[in-house]
Design a protein around this ligand. Structure first.
Ligand SMILES: Cc1cc2nc3c(=O)[nH]c(=O)nc-3n(C[C@H](O)[C@H](O)[C@H](O)COP(=O)(O)OP(=O)(O)OC[C@H]3O[C@@H](n4cnc5c(N)ncnc54)[C@H](O)[C@@H]3O)c2cc1C
Length: 250
């Protein structure tokens, strides 16, 4: 049965674009309707496949940014100027277009509604996408699990889901977003203004005895620096879950 369920998830499905929403100058959220979608857990991703008229195909992975919602899923795509797939998704797709995707993929980097202690989410750039799915799922379940988010972006205008994160914080249910802006900070900025390093993690992360689990997502060097920093602070590697988006720094 398990094998049949797994195979069911890994078939390519037609996904129709129902809405496109610019988030920042470089990112767009795309809502798809996927008939037959089996549901997903916050943190999982999909594989997207594009096929050109001459049959050439390109495949990339994208985290699901939305909480489970029937046959609808949302992806937030950052446009890499020299990229093959992301500019197409971010700039060329229109409502009504159909592309192929399969999933959900991944069972390790997923929100656990029964976590004991404080959950730490650490995002670099578009690495916020699966962590936003977790924040949304948490809110949807009215979960009170204390959850801190440390989100590193270049500037305030590059912070994706800015308003929704503020709304989630305003619920006062234990969700606490914190920001570090590495390139420029607005006047009167009260957040952090440095790259995420061990010192900053020491200020923001819960005490190792309090940490339920840390989810770290972003460009590969960012994820490695954060995971190493958390270990240096005395956290068990088994409590640090990572998702690497790509080969270069962001
Ligand atoms: C599990 C998983 C989940 C992901 N989720 C998301 C998501 O939610 N949103 C999202 O925007 N991306 C996500 N990615 C990254 C995505 O899969 C693509 O790698 C990205 O969109 C670039 O594809 P491209 O075809 O435009 O660029 P490519 O043509 O593949 O690469 C163009 C150039 O960009 C560099 N590059 C490739 N990927 C990245 C990257 N991620 N960051 C910086 N430089 C890169 C390449 O080295 C190359 O120089 C995820 C990746 C993984 C593995």
């Amino acid at each position: 049965m398990e094998g049949t369920a797994l195979l069911g998830r890994l078939i390519w499905r037609a996904a129709e674009v129902v809405e496109l929403r610019p988030e920042t100058s470089q990112t767009k959220t795309i809502t798809f309707d996927v008939p037959g979608w089996p549901g997903h857990r916050a943190g999982q991703h999909v594989d997207v496949r594009l096929t050109a008229e001459d049959g050439y195909q390109a495949e990339r992975s994208y985290s699901i940014a939305s909480a489970a919602d029937g046959s609808r899923i949302e992806l937030t795509v950052e446009r890499l100027e020299d990229g093959e797939v992301s500019p197409y998704l971010a700039d060329e797709l229109r409502a009504g277009d159909v592309i192929e995707l399969r999933g959900p993929v991944g069972g390790y980097f997923v929100w656990n509604a029964h976590a004991q202690g404080t959950v730490l989410l650490v995002a670099g750039g578009s690495g916020i996408a699966p962590l936003m799915a977790m924040a949304r799922q948490r809110a949807g379940e009215s979960s009170g699990i204390p959850t801190r988010l440390l989100y590193s972006a270049r500037t305030w205008d590059d912070v994706i889901y800015r308003d929704e994160l503020a709304e989630l914080a305003a619920r006062g249910d234990g969700f606490e977003p914190m920001y570090t802006l590495t390139r420029a900070q607005p006047p009167d900025w009260e957040g952090y203004g440095c790259r995420v390093d061990t010192e900053l993690l020491g200020e923001v992360a819960p005490d190792p005895s309090e940490l339920a689990v840390a989810f770290v997502c972003g460009p590969t060097p960012f994820v490695e620096a954060v995971a190493n920093g958390l270990v240096e602070l005395g956290n068990a590697p088994s409590r640090i879950k990572t998702e690497r988006f790509g080969p270069t720094g962001g």
